[in-house]
Design a protein around this ligand. Structure first.
Ligand code: AMP
Length: 214
């Protein structure tokens, strides 16, 4: 099963991807997480992409495609995977088309104003990657990760100015991909204005429907 989760920044891709990955037993392959890890570890890739991440700009296609190719060729991706944050440009989508055929693109649709509020309140665990929100999904213990006890942080790219820039980049570079996949009959639109569980239910319906179709 090869799924793509698609939608503007802060549409809830990461949260839903974690849930889908658990339910269907396939790894969540998040370019954002892979890139942030590379930056934190100061690997050669991390040094090259740091300024892109800090400014909310997209990293170069060739580096990102190579990163994905390496990740999906690992043994845990044999049974399938869930792409979160990739592809983000037409160039990346064309490379993915050459690599494999995805089963469905879950396209989260949400109003941009809602997204700014969501992003700015988001807190992430730098150690295990768990994601919370100060208003909509607060951790039981303020500022502390429920899963591993680490201190939660606001990602640099969740600061308001960066969020607005990421939305602009999404509108200009990533939104056209919806049409690319719609033409292929791969898009399932998901109403992302609902709560976490209601959004998840819509996705499960689509994914369960895949295995029932001939
Ligand atoms: P995300 O957590 O998916 O929103 O990604 C955070 C940042 O990582 C983005 O703002 C980009 O700078 C970079 N990034 C993530 N995925 C990609 C991609 N597919 N292509 C280019 N840059 C990416």
């Amino acid at each position: 099963m090869k799924l793509v989760i698609f939608g503007p920044p802060s549409a809830g891709k990461g949260t839903q991807a974690q849930k889908l990955s658990q339910k269907y037993g396939i790894p969540q392959v998040s370019t954002g997480d892979l890139l942030r890890k590379a930056v934190a570890e100061k690997t050669p890739l991390g040094l090259k992409v740091k300024s892109y991440l800090d400014q909310g700009r997209l990293g170069p296609d060739d580096l990102i495609v190579k990163l994905i190719q390496e990740r999906v060729s690992k043994p845990d991706c044999k049974k399938g995977y869930l792409l979160d944050g990739f592809p983000r440009t037409i160039g990346q989508a064309k490379e993915l088309d050459k690599m494999t055929e995805v089963d469905v693109v879950l396209n989260i649709v949400v109003d941009f104003d809602v997204l700014v509020e969501r992003a700015v309140g988001r807190r992430s665990c730098p150690k295990c990657g768990a994601v919370y929100h100060i208003k909509f999904n607060p951790p039981a213990n303020k500022d502390t990760c429920e899963k591993c006890g680490s201190r939660l942080v606001q990602r640099d790219d969740d600061k308001e100015e960066t969020v607005r820039n990421r939305l602009k980049v999404y509108r200009e570079q990533t939104a056209p991909l919806v049409e690319h996949y719609r033409k292929k009959g791969k898009i399932a639109d998901i109403d992302g204005s609902k709560g976490i569980d209601a959004v998840f239910e819509q996705m499960v319906k689509v994914v369960d429907g895949l295995s029932r179709s001939p």
